[in-house]
Write a new protein. Structure first.
Length: 237
């Protein structure tokens, strides 16, 4: 899909912002661990399990958003994911124990993952194949910088407003992205009813991808070359 220059820049900015939702959700609340632990009457070690649950939710959700984005178009699953993220974030404000927070963070990840998967999928929709690698590199650069900025923002918010405001700020940002996605970002892929959502065809597609040596090479290289910045931040603290 060919885009005028000003539209291209706007689309890249929107896709980049969508890509930062999960990185900010992962790292922005790390400085608030002691305050959250005190509020919920638990230890920071148990609060850190909510970080693990977010990673688990994000890993699980990526397996399903691909077929959903092909079957229903890019925007409908994106809207659903962003709304789920907002609902889980708001509900986290009322968590009365660490177990509830851990569960809500898992749900939050299920919603937030939609933004990252949809952003990568829309790169292929909006830009020609020869530019795809360049655009994805820009998005990965934004994603890589987010864990460096998010904890600093979290320190400021938690110290001046309280740990609950971390979730309020995240909700407000995602609500803004929902509005931008609805009113500014065009639909880039028409729904394809021929895409099956049954487990069998989906699993067969994943097996065929896993058999591709090129995919495994890039996937493993990326996995081992991308350290967990949030873990590094906590160790340094």
């Amino acid at each position: 899909m060919s885009q005028p220059t000003h539209n291209r820049i706007l689309i890249i900015v929107i896709l980049g912002a969508l890509s930062t939702i999960s990185p900010f959700a992962i790292d922005m609340y790390l400085p608030a661990f002691p305050a959250i632990a005190a509020a919920l009457g638990t230890s920071t070690a148990k609060v850190s399990l909510s970080l693990s649950s977010y990673f688990a939710g994000m890993a699980a959700a990526q397996l399903f958003y691909g077929p959903l984005l092909d079957r229903f178009g890019r925007k409908l699953p994106l809207y659903a994911g962003l709304l789920l993220f907002i609902a889980a974030s708001v509900w986290s404000l009322f968590a009365r124990n660490v177990e509830s927070l851990i569960a809500l963070r898992f749900v939050q990840a299920l919603g937030g993952c939609a933004a990252g998967v949809a952003a990568m999928a829309m790169v292929r929709d909006f830009f020609p194949a020869k530019e795809t690698a360049k655009i994805i590199s820009l998005l990965i650069l934004v994603i890589s910088a987010s864990p460096l900025l998010a904890p600093s923002a979290g320190v400021f918010v938690a110290a001046h407003l309280g740990w609950q405001w971390v979730f309020i700020v995240l909700s407000a940002f995602v609500l803004l992205m929902l509005a931008v996605s609805a009113w500014v970002l065009p639909e880039s892929h028409e729904p394809d009813r021929s895409i099956s959502l049954r487990p069998g065809p989906i699993l067969r597609n994943y097996v065929s991808v896993l058999k591709e040596p090129q995919f495994l090479t890039y996937a493993l290289s990326g996995a081992f070359a991308f350290p967990d910045c949030s873990f590094t931040w906590r160790v340094r603290r």
